[in-house]
Design a protein around this ligand. Structure first.
Ligand code: ZN
Length: 181
């Protein structure tokens, strides 16, 4: 039996189940449900539970979750990974006709990437008043001299996407304070 003080701790088990949206109605909620499911996958490998999907013409061309810990890379946010995947998939870095669905409002880095990749639309679930740069803390996408305009929709499937993040951080904080006690 493994000691409780083992330095290799198992990943925190995720108390959230995946969603099973109807395949018939492909609306914002449908795509956000898939992004939420990626957030569950992230938790299961002990990454911050944030998921992202990129859709173009009804097709999902990218799907990713946060991988900062595994990659040891502070830029490995779900949005950045999805944008890179999408550009590779369509063979063009301009994501003009694409929509990004992400479970949390993009941070400064990812908000910048949505502008630089010329995404047509960003849909996010939970608005982040501290770090969100698509309206929450500041609207980076509304820089007055920007030629490209990205349309932003907030609050789609906000409840589960917010709850999973909050639950993860609460549990992490609890475990970290236990470890140092
Ligand atoms: Zn980010």
């Amino acid at each position: 039996m493994e000691s409780e003080n083992s330095s290799i701790r198992p990943p925190l088990s995720c108390p959230f189940d995946k969603l099973h949206p109807s395949q018939l109605v492909r609306d914002d909620k449908f795509y956000m449900s898939l992004a939420f499911n990626l957030a569950v996958d992230a938790w299961r490998v002990d990454e911050v539970p944030i998921g992202a999907i990129i859709e173009r013409g009804g097709e999902i061309i990218a799907a990713a979750h946060n991988e900062v810990e595994r990659a040891g890379d502070p830029t490995a946010h779900a949005e950045i990974l999805a944008i890179t995947q999408a550009a590779k998939k369509i063979g063009d870095w301009r994501l003009n006709e694409c929509t990004l669905y992400v479970t949390k409002e993009p941070c400064p880095m990812c908000s910048g990437a949505t502008i630089m990749s010329r995404l047509s639309r960003v849909v996010f679930a939970w608005g982040d008043p501290k770090m969100g740069c698509m309206g929450g803390a500041t609207p980076l996408h509304s820089l007055p001299k920007l030629n490209h305009r990205v349309t932003v929709t907030a609050g789609v499937l906000e409840q589960p996407c917010k709850e999973i993040l909050q639950a993860y951080f609460n549990l992490k904080r609890g475990r970290d304070s236990e470890a140092t006690a």
